[in-house]
Design a protein around this ligand. Structure first.
Ligand code: FMN
Length: 324
């Protein structure tokens, strides 16, 4: 219930923040700030961490913050704490993206604990996946998970759609990799430093794709000389929303995270192919591919992969201000 007087022990709020910061974000920028007391967690956009080239209007940063909201709520549920969320609660301050209100104590279901574990295990996996199809049961679980947060996960099952997306992806990847401003930004967020707490570490990149690989993955650093074939029939999904407002971006982030956690609990890995939705004209082209009129927010590659390195995060204390 919004505005409830329930108070949670500090440890529970901290656990929610530890989960929140595990959310994915573009180039691992972690574009969030939190203000908390024992009744609420306020989530703010950190404008200094919005990517000026790849994400000039902050759409992807808001998606990341929506994902952080879901992680916080999943951790609260696993700690026996109900919660509700209010999106964009302050019309005067559009950077105040969400308030998570803590509710009453609630019974913990095994599914809550499984999702909370998945928050820690989930990571972007840019390595080749096995040539093993993702079963209908798991596809359904991911789609339903996205729907519960008001966005649609469109699985590209028709070969023609996959091929079309692959062309748009390759074109967008080429354009971005020829844009000095984009490359400079990518370089600054690719981490070569031990101990750095943001950016994408080189170890999180994948091997070079063998000649003829369908999907063009973003290259974070070029250290690997290893060449590997990627899966021959990749599963690609477009996460889309009905309209394209700041609220939709937050909802898309929540849906993204629910879908990724559903995938993780089923042993399915994901990586992002967002290049074509970062360029306005190719985003329109992706939009035209979707049967329902919808705005593409994120493109995912899904499959069964091997373990991959986790990426660092700034400490909760660095991104949180306590009000009490
Ligand atoms: C909106 C959004 C867009 C992203 N786009 C890409 C992308 O195009 N290519 C990529 O390799 N990773 C992409 N990522 C993944 C981030 O790089 C990743 O979440 C971040 O480095 C943290 O790593 P983790 O997901 O393993 O925790 C994206 C993430 C988000 C939330």
């Amino acid at each position: 219930m919004i505005g409830t007087e329930s108070r949670a022990p500090k440890g529970i709020v901290r656990a929610a923040l530890v989960a929140a910061v595990r959310a994915p974000s573009p180039h691992n920028t972690q574009p969030w700030r939190f203000e908390v007391d024992d009744r609420r967690i306020d989530v703010f956009l950190d404008r200094d961490r919005v990517l000026p080239v790849a994400d000039a209007d902050g759409r992807e940063a808001r998606i990341a913050c929506g994902a952080a909201v879901v992680n916080a709520r999943v951790a609260l549920a696993a700690a026996g704490q109900s919660s509700t969320v209010e999106l964009v609660p302050d019309k005067e301050n559009p950077d105040h993206l969400a308030t998570v209100w803590l509710g009453n104590a609630a019974p913990v279901r095994p599914a809550d604990e499984a999702l909370c574990r998945a928050v820690q295990y989930r990571r972007t996996n840019r390595r080749p996946f096995l040539d093993r199809p993702v079963p209908a049961r798991v596809r359904h679980a991911m789609s339903q998970a996205a729907l519960t947060e008001g966005a649609t996960l469109v699985l590209l099952d028709r070969p023609a759609d996959l091929d079309r997306l692959a062309v748009l992806l390759r074109q967008a990847e080429t354009r971005q990799s020829e844009d000095p401003a984009f490359l400079d930004e990518l370089r600054r967020w690719t981490s070569h430093e031990l101990g750095r707490t943001d950016g994408v570490p080189l170890a999180a990149g994948g091997p070079r794709p063998a000649e003829g690989t369908l999907l063009a993955l973003r290259r974070y650093g070029e250290t690997s000389t290893i060449v590997r074939p990627y899966e021959s029939e990749p599963l690609v999904a477009v996460l889309a929303s009905a309209t394209d407002t700041a609220l939709d971006h937050l909802r898309a982030g929540q849906a993204l995270q629910r879908a990724l956690l559903a995938a993780t609990t089923a042993g399915v890995s994901a990586s992002f192919l967002t290049q074509p939705v970062e360029l306005p004209d190719s985003r329109v082209a992706v939009r035209e591919m979707l049967v329902q009129p919808a705005h593409p927010q994120v493109v995912l590659r899904l499959g069964y992969g091997f373990a991959t390195a986790s990426t660092p995060r700034r400490r909760v204390e660095e991104v949180t201000r306590r009000r009490d």
